[in-house]
Ligand binder design. Structure first.
Ligand code: ADP
Length: 263
């Protein structure tokens, strides 16, 4: 049960040694949660202490992607111990609501919940905390911007030009709160055919487009990775066994592992 009461000291404040990376996208369905889950697992497999905070209130999917759907955190006094999946500590809004209830919280309630995740959830010392944000420019993005202005932002988009448009807007909101955009991930970047040719199902150029538009005279934003369309990646998500562990040689898994090493 979530607590009312007095606010306590927040973990991951300005003096934190934990790197905080908010994964964002302009719209849903571009693979943001899939990227967050796989990146988290890949980073943990490289020996880092990793946490994921799933703040995608309207579409929380991290527990399912990591195979811990239905698992509840343990509560010790006022402290919440996050479940661990594939060596990643995970907390999700989905763990606090009924599976079949739509979350239709308004801004202040969302703000309090995120704030509480950052105070009451005992992550211990982490090297990296990944945040899975809802798509777009809503209340959660603003809350995270206010509470964690030192977070870095990773933008996920598809190769479609229209997707780059909305991706740009979501990143600009983050930047307004002082967060730094560290790069763009182009997901669903082509499907390798049996004959080796690549079918650009969602077009091309969206990642480069978004990166160019997000670059400023002082700060170049790069496309850090292009992740191909992959059946194994999708299946891994469906069964809660991330492709980076299940099929490390899959082209999408290789691309995500390389991305994790670049961060
Ligand atoms: P978002 O978090 O942006 O809404 P999801 O991570 O839920 O997106 O992904 C949307 C759907 O697309 C999921 O069914 C996921 O398995 C699938 N998907 C994501 N990336 C890929 C990819 N590279 N290849 C194949 N399917 C993908």
């Amino acid at each position: 049960k979530l607590r009312g009461g007095r606010p306590k000291a927040m973990q991951f404040g300005a003096d934190t040694l934990t790197r905080i990376i908010a994964v964002t996208s302009g719209k849903g369905g571009v693979g943001k949660s899939t990227m967050t889950a796989n990146l988290g697992v890949a980073l943990a497999a490289s020996g880092l202490r990793v946490g994921i905070l799933d703040a995608d209130v309207f579409g929380f999917s991290i527990p399912g992607l990591l195979g811990i759907e239905g698992v509840k955190p343990t509560q010790v006094g006022e402290m919440i111990l996050p479940p661990v999946a594939h060596d990643v500590k995970v907390i999700s809004i989905g763990m606090f609501v009924d599976a079949h209830t739509a979350v239709s919280w308004r801004g202040p309630m969302l703000h309090r919940t995120i704030q509480q995740f950052l105070t009451d959830v005992f992550f211990g010392d982490l090297d990296i905390l990944l945040l899975d944000l809802p798509p777009g420019t809503g209340d959660v993005a603003i809350t995270i911007g206010q509470l964690l202005p030192h977070a870095e932002v990773l933008v996920v988009t598809t190769p479609q030009r229209a997707a780059a448009d909305v991706a740009e807007r979501s990143a600009l909101v983050a930047r307004q709160t002082g967060q730094r955009v560290i790069g763009v991930v182009e997901n669903m970047a082509g499907l390798v055919q049996p004959d080796g040719s690549v079918l650009e199902l969602f077009g091309s150029g969206g990642g480069t487009d978004a990166a160019a538009r997000l670059s400023t005279p002082d700060e170049t934003v790069d496309v850090l990775a292009a992740i191909p369309i992959s059946v194994a990646l999708r299946e891994g998500g469906d069964v809660g066994m991330p492709v980076v562990l299940a099929h490390p040689d899959d082209p999408a898994a290789l691309a995500i592992t390389a991305l994790a090493a670049r961060l």
